[in-house]
Design a protein around this ligand. Sequence first.
Ligand code: 5GP
Ligand code: ZN
Length: 115
Amino acid sequence: MDDCIFCKIIKGEIPSEKLYEDELMIIIKDIAPKAKIHFLAIPKKHFKYFSDMTEQDAVMLGRCIKKVGTLAPSLGLEGGFRFVVNQGDDAIQTVPHLHMHLLGGQKLAETDFNK
Ligand code: 5GP
Ligand code: ZN
């Protein structure tokens, strides 16, 4: 998507603090962290909603999630992390490219969400 900020970050057209990249996703620091550690795991394929996913996308996203679990300790999230995906207006999704928030590096309150 030409006007998608995350597609531009993936293409390197907008700078980001990148922690990880493979053929399926990147993991970057969120520009406005809501916790001591706040990363975004962003699949390289552009789609907005889970409901947009093909069966192939489901396999791809499963691989991304598995990789997040494997990488978490090396990213400073060895104590655990909260995994948030905002979908649509009620969740105040602001970037229309599906992404996973990883929040941690501190003891989170039950009520600590992305917003
Ligand atoms: P959403 O509200 O769509 O779930 O999350 C979008 C997230 O992207 C927000 O936490 C916001 O701070 C982050 N974000 C927006 N623009 C940029 C950017 O240009 N760079 C980075 N690293 N994060 C961004
Ligand atoms: Zn995109």
